[in-house]
Design a protein around this ligand. Structure first.
Ligand code: ZN
Length: 496
């Protein structure tokens, strides 16, 4: 407290002590501002020291017209401290102009985490003459642009050097970087067949690609997704780890996929070819309550009305899809990698008003299962949206609350074996369960989408008996104990 000015302190006490501030009374709509976040989100009651923090997508601002983040001006230390008490930190772009902010965050005792979005041709643009050599008259398909040749790496090398130079400056300034969770949704991608068509038509690519790759779309997809993993590993993960060897490093949708269990894309619209994490230390599955699922997946065969309850079933099935398949693959390939998913309840990609938004109750349930399927932290994609700006704070309220609940089982989160990676069909009325298992104890969460409680039997330990548990519609957390070959279960109390 001693480093903070008197007016700032008075302002903080106004929020922390009374819970209400003149800038934002309880009657006013909740907006994406620090006062509203601190008013709505209580500090964690469980200790998370030594664990990764969570980050939010929008920067923390003191008011809706506060431009301090864009101007790279740090907030008062007390704010970073209050956010840290809630398991949160201000994410900063991987850019040397945020050095002073990083110093202020670290001095306040909060973690320094890089997160930045990037799209388009990305690092390729930093190379010389990177775009496809297309024949005269080649028509670029509608919705596409002129893409770079995927096998030119000069731009990637330039970007890797830039990352090294930036991080050396942070290291030289005494900054410890806990995580670099990037969101580079840049080429090479397979989001349209136009990319393949350009590569096939490119006089340079036909000399660089193994010939069969350009002959079929499927081969091209396999080749590019594998190349993408390797490129990001070599030119993004490696440079970061050279400077910060203990840093948690991931990028958008980096997951394991295998032929035995192909991991679905985050919208559940296609399955990935085999993919590795390379040098990335963490995976980044995505679990969004996206209204696009209605147009992509809704089936009239279900005979469901388009209401909250039934749309929640669809959200649940898709949102558990990528994280669960990745978890099973990770168990087999490298169980020591971290998992830091992107999560959100409300992602209106289509912004279709007739599609119900995922309910908060079900969202919290889904988050519990993501924790129990291997999450080590979460990135909250709470972009403030024009139609429901209040949800940006609710997202944080839900994520922090569930994190706190799960922190009661910290040893399970950190040392437990993932027990279930099944993904429920939309119409599934049976138990939906997840759990983490230690040598003699296990934590299991179960619920059902059916009307009535349903029983199910599991065998957490091969050398002990099975145990029957129940999955009620409202969900139940069970604490299991093994004593020789006997297994007992008792309800674990909800924290709040
Ligand atoms: Zn080319």
């Amino acid at each position: 407290m001693k480093s903070i000015s008197v007016p700032a302190l008075a302002w903080m006490m106004c929020i922390v002590v009374t819970g209400v501030c003149s800038m934002s009374s309880a009657d006013e709509p909740c907006r994406w501002t620090v006062p509203d976040v601190l008013r709505r989100v209580p500090p964690l009651s469980n200790n998370y020291t030594g664990r990764l923090p969570m980050i939010t997508w929008p920067a923390f601002v003191m008011s809706t017209n506060d431009t301090s983040f864009r101007e790279k001006k740090p907030l008062p230390a007390e704010i970073y401290r209050e956010l840290a008490r809630r398991g949160l930190t201000q994410r900063i772009p991987l850019n040397e102009s945020y050095l002073e902010m990083a110093k202020a965050i670290q001095a306040a005792g909060a973690a320094v985490v890089f997160v930045e979005g990037w799209g388009g041709n990305g690092p390729y643009e930093l190379g010389h003459d990177p775009l496809h050599k297309l024949p005269p008259g080649f028509q670029i398909a509608k919705g596409d642009r002129h893409y770079p040749c995927p096998l030119l790496f000069a731009g990637w090398q330039a970007k890797a050097d830039e990352v090294r130079n930036t991080l050396r400056k942070y290291r030289d300034a005494g900054i410890y970087v806990s995580a670099a969770w990037l969101d580079w949704e840049v080429e090479p991608l397979v989001w349209s067949k136009g990319r393949w068509e350009q590569a096939r038509a490119c006089s340079r690519c036909v000399t660089l690609f193994p010939p069969p790759v350009l002959e079929s779309w499927d081969e091209y997809v396999k080749f590019i997704m594998s190349l993408r993993s390797d490129l990001f590993s070599a030119y993004l993960a490696a440079p970061i780890l050279e400077i910060y060897p203990a840093c948690s490093v991931t990028d958008w949708e980096k997951v394991y996929s295998t032929p035995e269990r192909p991991t679905p894309s985050c919208w559940g619209t296609w399955k990935f070819p085999p993919m590795s994490l390379g040098l990335f230390t963490a995976a980044n599955p995505v679990a969004y309550g996206n209204d696009i699922y209605y147009q992509e997946h809704w089936s009239t065969n279900w005979n469901y009305p388009l209401d909250q309850k039934h749309m929640d079933r669809l959200y649940t099935s898709i949102m558990l899809g990528q994280v669960s398949a990745h978890a099973e693959n990770s168990i087999k390939l490298n169980p020591h990698k971290q998992c830091v998913p992107w999560v959100c309840r409300y992602c209106p990609d289509v912004d279709d008003e007739k599609v119900p938004i995922l309910s908060r109750t079900r969202y919290r349930e889904i988050l519990r299962h993501i924790w129990l399927r291997g999450a080590d932290s979460m990135q909250i994609f709470n972009e403030p949206r024009p139609r429901h700006p209040e949800i940006a704070v609710e997202e944080v309220e839900d994520a922090v609350s569930v994190y706190d609940e799960m922190l009661q089982y910290r040893q399970f989160l950190e040392e437990g074996r993932i027990m279930c990676t099944d993904v429920p069909e939309v119409t599934w009325d049976g138990p939906i369960w997840s759990g983490l298992c230690l040598q003699n104890e296990a934590i299991v969460r179960a619920f059902t989408q059916g009307k009535n409680e349903t029983a199910f039997t599991i065998q957490p330990w091969k050398d002990a008996k099975e145990i029957q548990l129940t999955a009620p519609p409202e969900g139940q957390t069970w604490l299991l104990r093994k004593d020789e070959t006997e297994v007992t279960a008792e309800p674990a109390n909800k924290q709040r």
